[in-house]
Write a protein that binds this ligand. Structure first.
Ligand code: HEM
Length: 566
């Protein structure tokens, strides 16, 4: 017994010693061996460095940081993550950025962010890597084709009309007189509308969120995203959990327990939906028919059972559930925030709003949208989609306030990264020692991809880069025409093989919702409220001083009566 206790004690001591040695290595030896440190960059503290994260991630500060970096240090900058071994390359160099985003076999999403996402919504497409990601993307891609996305148009219009009617009903109930406005938290309403679209389009499920917010599955998703993401508190515990996720398992806090409760509901309800859908497909097959479901889940099930898909490439039910969760997470708040911010800038720039309304009304049918046939709605959308000023307004808002503020990649092996112009290598005391034409990036280095920084770069977009100017799109500077990016030279939807799969869907939603809302309402800022921005995974609006109440954007909404209305 005594020898057993002694053996156990010495094993514990050995483990503790190994852990201490490893931590010392991580803190003192590993960081010094990373050549990234020789790139110019802001001064950093030795141990806990939170300032660099704040400077680069907080949207109130980040555009200034990016501009200062370019001026002081160039386009490739050394910054620090919170702990000494978290060494980062912050790049605003289009050549470097393109290399990183295109080489997905080398640059993966870092494990702390993958863990955060998969802990919330499972290992779906957003957090999977390697073969697993390829498999998921391959099965999902047909569901996002141009044709399938077009099929969503009548659904999106019907949700837009429902929202319009709901707002009118609320104003009637509140006794709002003709010509007067009413304050709506457009952020919350946009979110309800995009949840409804994603419920129907994603898995043929009616959340009915525009009408009420009490659906069990809706509450589970909304509460989970809000609690785990937008009400997340920064602090020592969050930093520790990021590097030592086991803390959350051993000492779950209120948030962890709440998220796990939401996940149980999602698994039960959404899991049943998957089984029901599979049953419907099997019933149709027995009758020699093909199930005609057009929602993303049905299309994924169809593509997952295609005869030419090798069995080892098929997704399990759990993978399907993870991807449904991923679409809910990646496809609702991103789009609703894009819509929210667009309505906000339209409220701030009434002349742009009037011009946009005039353009939209030029194609608006006299008959109410809900009396049109699906074919008539499709041809109306084709006209809306071709409107140049609407296109410019959307491009400009998505450039100026990209819902995804930034992203991170981690080098999974040593690499040499190209740069657009030679840069200076410095000694730790700032002395320039040589010009380098490429950067050696060792395995484990994080690359900070500043989506917003790139979209607002004055060196590329010109001196007016921080201003809202939809007309810039009619005359873009030569410097940006060659830029990487999926959507109009911006990084809003990222670029390369991990770029957003839902871009087409969100553009359809934005154009359709804007059409319905701007032709039926006028939007103005609420002078009693000051709006601020915060980056909590997504760039969200908050009422100043009330960030802990969750995202909000109150605007004064006044019904717009068309001159030709009888
Ligand atoms: C305005 C709306 C949207 C914006 C700004 C946006 C932006 C982005 C960005 C920047 C990424 C890359 C993230 C990274 O690399 O860290 C991404 C990925 C993704 N988005 Fe979107 N997104 C939007 C709408 C949607 C919609 C409607 C869906 C779908 C239902 C969707 C599904 C996804 C998925 C599944 C990924 C992961 C793709 C992969 O890794 O292969 N997104 N999105």
């Amino acid at each position: 017994m005594e020898s057993f206790t002694l053996a156990a004690l010495s094993l514990t001591t050995a483990c503790a010693a190994a852990l201490v040695a490893y931590l010392l290595y991580l803190c003192f030896v590993y960081p010094l061996r990373n050549p990234i440190r020789q790139l110019p960059g802001p001064p950093s503290k030795w141990f806990l460095e939170l300032r660099h994260m704040y400077m680069t991630m907080d949207p109130r500060r980040s555009p200034h940081t990016a501009a200062e970096f370019v001026e002081k240090y160039g386009r490739n900058v050394y910054i620090r993550g919170p702990v000494p071994w978290d060494q980062r390359l912050f790049t605003l160099d289009p050549v470097t950025m393109n290399h990183v985003l295109q080489h997905t076999a080398i640059y993966e999403k870092p494990w702390p962010s993958r863990r955060l996402i998969s802990g919330l919504i499972g290992a779906g497409m957003l957090s999977a890597e390697g073969q697993m990601h390829k498999r998921q993307r391959r099965v999902a891609t047909p569901a996002f084709s141009l044709n399938e996305m077009r099929a969503l148009i009548p659904l999106v219009f019907s949700k837009g009309t429902e929202l319009q009617k709901k707002w009118m009903e609320i104003m009637r109930d509140a006794g709002v007189k003709p010509g007067q406005g009413h304050v709506f938290n457009v952020c919350s309403w946009a979110s309800r509308a995009t949840f409804d679209v994603m419920g129907s389009a994603g898995f043929d499920y009616e959340f009915n969120a525009i009408q009420k917010e009490d659906n069990e599955l809706l509450r589970a998703y909304v509460d989970m995203f809000e609690t785990a993401v937008s009400k997340q508190k920064a602090g020592l515990r969050s930093v520790l959990v990021m590097y030592l996720p086991i803390i959350d398992k051993i000492f779950p806090n209120e948030t962890t327990r709440f998220v796990s409760k939401c996940q149980t509901v999602i698994e039960r309800v959404a899991g049943t939906l998957i089984q029901e859908k599979k049953r419907k497909m099997a019933d149709a097959a027995v009758k020699g028919q093909v199930y005609q479901g057009k929602d993303l889940l049905s299309l994924m099930l169809k593509s997952n059972s295609a005869v030419d898909l090798p069995p080892d490439q098929r997704l399990s039910d759990q993978d399907l559930l993870n991807n449904i969760n991923t679409f809910m997470f990646a496809g609702t708040d991103t789009t609703s925030l894009a819509l929210t911010w667009t309505l906000y800038v339209l409220a701030l720039y009434p002349h742009v709003q009037d011009r946009l309304r005039a353009e939209l009304l030029s194609v608006a049918p006299i008959a109410p949208i809900d009396t049109l046939t699906p074919e008539e709605v499709q041809s109306l959308y084709a006209e809306i989609a071709a409107l140049p000023f609407l296109e410019n307004v959307i491009r400009e808002t998505l450039r100026l306030i990209p819902p995804v503020h930034s992203s991170i990649r981690e080098a999974t092996r040593d690499d040499v990264v190209p740069v657009s112009a030679p840069l200076k290598r410095t000694t730790p005391n700032g002395r320039v020692v040589e010009q380098v034409h490429q950067i050696v990036v060792p395995k484990g280095t994080f690359i900070h991809v500043p989506i917003e920084g790139f979209n607002l770069d004055k060196g590329l977009w010109g001196e007016t880069a921080w201003k809202f100017d939809p007309d810039r799109w009619d005359n873009l500077p030569e410097t940006i025409k060659e830029l990487p990016g999926l959507y109009q030279h911006t990084l809003t939807f990222s670029a390369g093989p991990r770029a957003c799969i839902g871009m087409r869907m969100s553009v359809i939603e934005l154009k359709s919702f804007l059409f319905t809302l701007v032709t039926n309402f006028k939007f103005a800022p609420d002078p009693t409220q000051k709006i601020g921005k915060a980056n909590v995974i997504l760039t969200r609006p908050y009422v100043a001083g009330k960030q802990n109440e969750g995202s909000a954007l109150p605007l004064i909404v006044t019904p717009y009566v068309r001159e030709d209305a009888s």
